[in-house]
Design a protein. Structure first.
Length: 101
């Protein structure tokens, strides 16, 4: 197995786990974690594509950019989850969807 094949298996594994987590979880925090796993799979795909095309530096710089953007999204998502828990007392998505008018 080559390095790119191992990376492709890792990408598919991470994306599969992330999608499974999104489909199964009902808690806002678990949803944020599942999204983080999905982004890590996409980031691994960027680095692997950079290596495959011979532009390793481009793949790595794109990965660093994704890390920064993903961190901001995760912090905002967790802050929203904390505020929802404080105000409404639950993090269950199904209970929160029943609150809409």
């Amino acid at each position: 197995m080559t390095t790119l094949q191992v990376a492709a298996i890792g990408v598919l594994g991470l994306i599969g786990v992330g999608v499974y987590g999104l489909l199964i979880s009902r808690s806002l925090i678990k949803i944020v974690v599942a999204l983080q796993i999905l982004v890590k799979g996409a980031m691994l795909a960027l680095v692997a594509a950079g290596v495959a095309s011979g532009r390793t530096n481009l793949g790595q710089s794109l990965a660093v950019t994704v890390i920064v953007a993903d961190t901001v999204v995760a912090v905002i998502g967790l802050a929203l989850a904390v505020q929802v828990k404080r105000r409404l007392g639950t993090l269950d998505v199904r209970e929160l969807s029943s609150l809409k008018k």
